[in-house]
Design a protein around this ligand. Structure first.
Ligand SMILES: CC(C)(COP(=O)(O)OP(=O)(O)OC[C@H]1O[C@@H](n2cnc3c(N)ncnc32)[C@H](O)[C@@H]1OP(=O)(O)O)[C@@H](O)C(=O)NCCC(=O)NCCS
Length: 165
């Protein structure tokens, strides 16, 4: 893998169009029907935990975390994590993951949930949610429902819904 030293900074309001273009390219028009997208609907992402990676002036990748509840536990939903096709496999996705997870831990956040491939996310502390513990308001492959417990958090239980804490 060709490694690049990425410039990563907090997302700004003016980045929104470029980020939406990245997401449209990565996930296509069906993205709004995805369960994770639907949970995030009408929930603003955390501006202190959402980052972009720059290639010169261009936004090459983005990560967002949004507040959710899992039962009675405050948590975060990670995603989308998106890297532009031109910049894939150069370490940007992992760099964005590292920055977002370290910042969330330092901010005192306790739980991060995501829907994604375990082999990619397990180096960042994610593991499969024990079957049946956490219910989403739509279909999700249980093997792709992953959670990271930060700051000695306990495994949560219950239904997921979007919402500010
Ligand atoms: C998944 C994604 C964010 C990875 O970003 P990236 O910057 O290309 O990846 P990195 O350079 O950080 O890491 C590359 C490594 O991860 C591996 N990898 C990439 N996607 C993977 C996946 N879905 N499952 C397992 N491994 C994966 C690559 O094979 C590569 O392995 P290597 O280090 O052994 O060569 C990017 O490919 C993307 O935007 N995909 C489309 C959107 C998506 O699926 N997002 C994740 C779900 S929200």
């Amino acid at each position: 893998m060709k490694q690049t030293a990425w410039v990563i900074r907090l997302e700004e309001a003016t980045d929104n169009t470029a980020i939406e273009d990245l997401q449209a390219e990565a996930f296509g028009p069906g993205r709004f029907a995805r369960t994770a997208f639907r949970i995030r609907e009408n929930v603003p992402h955390r501006t202190d935990l959402s980052f972009v990676g720059l290639a010169g002036e261009r936004i090459a990748g983005s990560i967002r975390l949004s507040p959710i509840m899992i039962g009675a536990s405050a948590a975060l939903l990670l995603g989308p994590l998106t890297v532009a096709p031109d910049f894939k496999n150069r370490g940007l996705g992992k760099a964005l993951m590292r920055v977002a997870m370290e910042t969330a831990e330092r901010a005192g956040d306790k739980l991060v949930l995501l829907v994604g491939d375990a082999p990619y996310y397990s180096p960042f502390g994610f593991r499969q949610v024990p079957f049946g513990k956490v219910t989403l308001p739509g279909p999700v492959d249980p093997e792709r429902l992953l959670i990271a417990q930060l700051n000695q958090a306990e495994m949560p239980e219950g239904m997921v819904h979007g919402g500010e804490h």
